[in-house]
Design a protein around this ligand. Structure first.
Ligand code: ADP
Ligand code: ZN
Ligand code: ZN
Length: 731
């Protein structure tokens, strides 16, 4: 009987593809194995999704599988199901989703099983040989003596710098035998967990949280809402101890790995287990190795960023998402999946606990916690000796400013610095100045490909567009009037740093933003300098706001955040609340009291007042009510369709036709086509269509119904378009 397979391929076509399986390939055929197949002129690697004995294609049209690459499915059943579910939810193909889930090396066809290593032993002849004949061959003698003690693996030749020529010589004498040794996995941690460090004695709230979490069995999702410095990480560690002692693995997802070396070290320090760290800085092979260790259970703890969500575990026990509100968990290109939502689904499929931790939970998660869908645990006090932070507003309306700093901020800084403490200044704009201004004609220099101003980078002598990467040497003359009186307009971190050096010559300044941390290892160096007290003034963007624990920082200043309050995005207040709270949370984390000063032109802004007066928790709850009234997420469900084209009309026409295919009634709203907030980027016009539905299910079915029709709209060929479910920003 003929055998056919359906194969999911990483191509943008919304279907799987059929292939014939040759007789000799049929043994052990299973769903989930990788196959190599011809696709047009190329060979692609895909996953088998079905096995059938008939095929609709005409016999001459159907091609054969080139090779079956695995003998066992690559992903455990739970993850295979997760990718199926996600493909449907995000309106993409199984092939695209699977290629998100697999390490690049596997997508290129590498072996999934750990490879056997070659070992060299002395042969019986070698053992009985008279080694004095090696007197004149020191390299051979050295190798021989090592082999007398132990077999040597191929790796040892590189790591111990042994001579390959000596190996060959001994092999020719037939003193050496090769042997394939299959790697055995070290799973000893499952029998006996060794702790390297004794935990803190938990405070009462931490202890309650841990006891609730350790008593839960099977799938549960819990929001751990704990203010900054309340000891959430300590709760994770204690819970982890229980999970590891049961012989189960834990997956910990964090926002951006480079930003949290401290956290990773805390996990590594506490337990004597193998920790696989998965992040974008790894080579394909390193990533595959970490993936393998997790899959066989050798890595007890897996820590990683967004895409580590798909790492298989042999003994799944727990998933933690730290800083669950962080927007980096949402992929912003290609398949726009949200690692938090998929983590909850994965927990469900593997029947294990999921813990979402944050000081500033997203409104989505908060709603689930308040409605009882998730459990809800709170830590409202700072752990250990740390106290609550004092906060103040500096109204800078018509006040003199020095590089954006008011006199009261400067005076306060001096007090904290003179007392031997560190000061952190937050400014979310890198570069020297966010625009280049002509002093004579007022012209602001704009990117020729985007609707955006160039940022001035003085150190690099460049102007650069942060949206498309376009860059030029700083012009000498104004593009409009030819004047040479050009100046930076507005304030960036680079300029602030320069001013601070002049203003506080005694106190070393460190700047942390994407420009100063580009080189590998430089962020670690800078952070180390901060911990060691080498730097006294810390200037930085969001990178400095996230998760760090700087015990000597007692003052935090936020320089210019008004822009964040006025963004058109409906999430702007939520994001502002999170940012403010996280930045402030860097102050006074140890035994010294902390203070936060927020400079603003908007001291009466009700959102700001509300946030400062009642704190993020209350603020977020009232924001949630407003979203409900406005029928916005998370109350309603949103899909954003983006289209970009060289001609704005093409994008508009495509979206207008799309909207005609969809219903419009009191439970299903369509907004647009409208220009995107940045309506021209890299030379293309950008338009969007926003769909909002009361019911998630209806959104799903309506959309699935029209998807194929949307693809047939003639203008779709003239645009680049994409679907973003649960969009996190409307840019
Ligand atoms: P979070 O993750 O909520 O920001 P951490 O777990 O990092 O908080 O804790 C903040 C600081 O307090 C850390 O230095 C941590 O070692 C310390 N800490 C946490 N729990 C306790 C405790 N129960 N007793 C003493 N110190 C603690
Ligand atoms: Zn000019
Ligand atoms: Zn640009």
């Amino acid at each position: 009987m003929p055998v056919f397979v359906e194969v999911a391929l990483p191509v943008p076509l919304r279907r799987n593809f059929s292939y014939r399986v040759k007789d000799e390939q049929q043994a052990g055929l299973q769903i989930g194995l990788r196959v190599k197949v011809p696709f047009g002129p190329q060979q692609l690697i895909g996953l088998i999704t079905a096995i059938t004995d008939s095929c609709d294609l005409a016999p001459q049209q159907i091609k054969s599988v080139t090779a079956v690459l695995d003998d066992a499915p690559l992903l455990p059943d739970s993850l295979y199901k997760l990718t199926l579910w996600a493909a449907r939810y995000y309106f993409t193909t199984q092939g695209q989703m699977l290629s998100q889930a697999l390490p690049v090396a596997l997508r290129k066809g590498l072996e999934a099983a750990p490879q056997a290593v070659v070992e060299y032993h002395l042969s019986p002849e070698g053992r009985n040989a008279d080694s004095s004949v090696l007197k004149r061959a020191p390299a051979q003698k050295k190798l021989y003596e090592l082999l007398l003690a132990n077999p040597i693996s191929q790796d040892d030749f590189t790591t111990q710098q042994l001579s390959k020529a000596a190996l060959k010589a001994l092999e020719q004498k037939q003193w050496i035998e090769r042997q394939q040794k299959v790697l055995s996995h070290d799973l000893s941690w499952r029998q006996q967990l060794i702790m390297n460090e004794s935990p803190h004695k938990l405070n009462k709230q931490q202890a309650v949280a841990v006891s609730v979490l350790t008593q839960q069995q099977g799938f549960h999702c819990t929001l751990l809402e704990g203010i900054t410095g309340s000891g959430k990480t300590e709760v994770y560690l204690t819970l982890l101890e229980t999970i590891l002692k049961q012989g189960k693995q834990a997956l910990i997802l964090v926002p951006e790995i480079g930003l949290t070396p401290q956290t990773i070290n805390r996990f590594k320090r506490r337990f004597e287990v193998n920790v696989a760290v998965i992040h974008s800085g790894l080579t394909d092979n390193q990533r595959l190795e970490a993936w393998r260790q997790a899959r066989v259970g050798e890595a007890a703890i897996i820590i990683g960023t967004r895409s580590a969500l798909f790492t298989p575990m042999a003994y799944p026990g727990l998933i933690i998402l730290d800083e669950e509100h962080d927007s980096s968990f949402k992929q912003q290109e290609g398949v726009r999946y949200h690692a938090r939502d998929l983590a909850v689904m994965r927990g469900h499929l593997e029947d294990i606990q999921v813990v979402l931790g944050s000081a500033t939970p997203s409104l989505e998660t908060l709603q689930n916690a308040l409605s009882g869908r998730y459990h809800h645990l709170e830590l409202s006090e700072r752990a250990g000796a740390a106290q609550k932070v004092k906060q103040g507003i500096v109204d800078i309306t018509s006040q003199p400013l020095k590089a954006g700093m008011s006199t009261s901020l400067i005076n306060e800084m001096r007090m904290h610095l003179d007392a031997g403490n560190q000061v952190l200044l937050f400014l979310n704009r890198r570069g020297f100045a966010p625009a280049l201004l002509c002093h004579e004609c007022g012209h602001l220099h704009e990117c020729d490909r985007c609707d955006a101003f160039f940022t001035v980078h003085q150190g690099l002598n460049e102007i650069c567009c942060h949206h498309c990467g376009n860059q030029y040497a700083i012009p000498r003359q104004c593009h409009q009037c030819g004047s040479t009186m050009l100046m930076g307009h507005g304030l960036g971190t680079e300029q602030l740093e320069q001013e601070l050096i002049k203003l506080f010559p005694k106190y070393p300044v460190v700047r942390i933003d994407r420009d100063t941390t580009r080189r590998k290892g430089s962020l670690e160096q800078q952070l180390k300098g901060i911990y060691m007290g080498k730097y006294k003034i810390l200037v930085g963007t969001q990178m400095l706001a996230k998760g760090h624990h700087f015990p000597d920082v007692t003052l935090v200043g936020l320089l210019d955040v008004d822009g964040a309050l006025f963004s058109a995005d409906f999430r702007a207040p939520e994001r502002f609340g999170q940012l403010y709270t996280q930045v402030s949370g860097r102050a006074g984390r140890a035994d010294k009291p902390g203070k936060v000063l927020l400079q603003t032109h908007q001291s009466d802004n009700p959102i700001l007042r509300d946030l400062l007066k009642r704190g993020y928790g209350e603020f977020a709850r009232s924001q949630l009510k407003e979203r409900q009234q406005a029928l916005l997420p998370p109350a309603w469900h949103m899909v954003l369709i983006r289209a970009e084209a060289h001609l704005a009309e093409d994008a508009d026409a495509f979206l207008a036709r799309t909207s005609e295919l969809l219903p419009q009634d009191k439970d299903f709203e369509i907004i647009g086509p409208i220009p995107a907030p940045l309506d021209r980027k890299a030379g293309k016009y950008r338009r969007q269509l926003i769909l909002q539905a009361k019911s998630r299910q209806r959104l799903q079915t309506e959309f699935e119904r029209v998807l194929a029709l949307i693809e047939q709209i003639p203008e779709s060929k003239r645009c680049r378009w994409s679907i973003d479910r649960d969009p996190q920003d409307l840019m």
